[in-house]
Design a protein around this ligand. Structure first.
Ligand code: IPE
Ligand code: IPE
Ligand code: MG
Length: 234
């Protein structure tokens, strides 16, 4: 039932590596894009759920720098879905007072998509009910290199706080919990700097099948973990 067993000690920032759309479709003899379409629906459901139970920061890995190397028709169908997503759900995010952020190099995207994204960022900039951070054409190595190049140009030595400000995630807390669906136990170039002390959870469930029940199970598992950050238990 909804809102039953909301776990204690919720993470402030949860990040999802939404993997397994293609295999979800393959199992049903559908084209991969059908899996991505279902994945977007799941994203909407689960992200809303996270905000509703009081998680203030939610990140999703939607498109990696390496995903550009997929067949062009799959990349195009992903662009189309992103356009649809922002057009259809922007009003919902605005109504819920959610601030939209993008991390990644959006200059790669078609102009129509760039405009829709810019509109979403602008319209939601002053919202304070939660932050939805979408990784689009994102790669952690690319992000770190961009920051290093800025630092080199400035010619000043940086500490971790100053370096963090040069990343796409400037002003966002590090993820407390990273959830990867689809059965692979890897980060695939996701938030490599920010995840230094994140708790990781890997599930075989394919992203389109991700449910509220599984979310709660994962959050309960997280809340029982002891985070030591290199220290000795007091
Ligand atoms: C994740 O699902 C979505 C993106 C990477 C864009 P996949 O498309 O990687 O699905 P699988 O891993 O092939 O099943
Ligand atoms: C990671 O999934 C990227 C996203 C979920 C957007 P991939 O399917 O691209 O990762 P690999 O290729 O299995 O490492
Ligand atoms: Mg995959």
């Amino acid at each position: 039932m909804k809102f039953n067993n909301i776990p204690k000690n919720l993470p402030s920032h949860v990040a999802f590596i939404m993997d397994g759309n293609g295999r979800w479709a393959k199992k049903r003899f559908l084209p991969r894009k059908a899996g991505h379409r279902e994945g977007v629906k799941t994203m909407r459901r689960i992200v809303n759920e996270c905000f509703e139970i009081g998680i203030p920061f939610v990140s999703v890995y939607a498109f990696s720098t390496e995903n550009k190397n997929r067949p062009q028709d799959e990349v195009d169908s992903l662009f189309k879905l992103m356009e649809e997503y922002f057009t259809e759900f922007l009003s919902e995010l605005l109504e819920k007072n959610i601030c939209v952020r993008i991390m990644g190099d959006v200059s790669y995207f078609p102009e129509s998509l760039r405009n829709i994204i810019a509109d979403a960022i602008k319209k939601s900039a002053s919202n304070s009910g939660g932050t939805f951070n979408i990784a689009l054409n994102y790669g952690a190595r690319d992000e770190i290199l961009r920051a290093v190049n800025v630092a080199v140009q400035n010619g000043k030595q940086l500490d971790t706080a100053a370096f963090s400000k040069l990343l796409y995630t400037a002003d966002l807390p590090d993820p407390d919990l990273v959830v990867r669906t689809g059965g692979e136990s890897r980060l695939s170039n996701f938030m490599l700097y920010q995840c230094a002390y994140s708790e990781l959870f890997f599930t075989k469930t394919l992203w389109p099948d991700f449910s509220q029940k599984l979310l709660y199970e994962i959050l309960n598992d997280y809340s029982a973990r002891e985070r030591r950050f290199g220290k000795v238990k007091p």
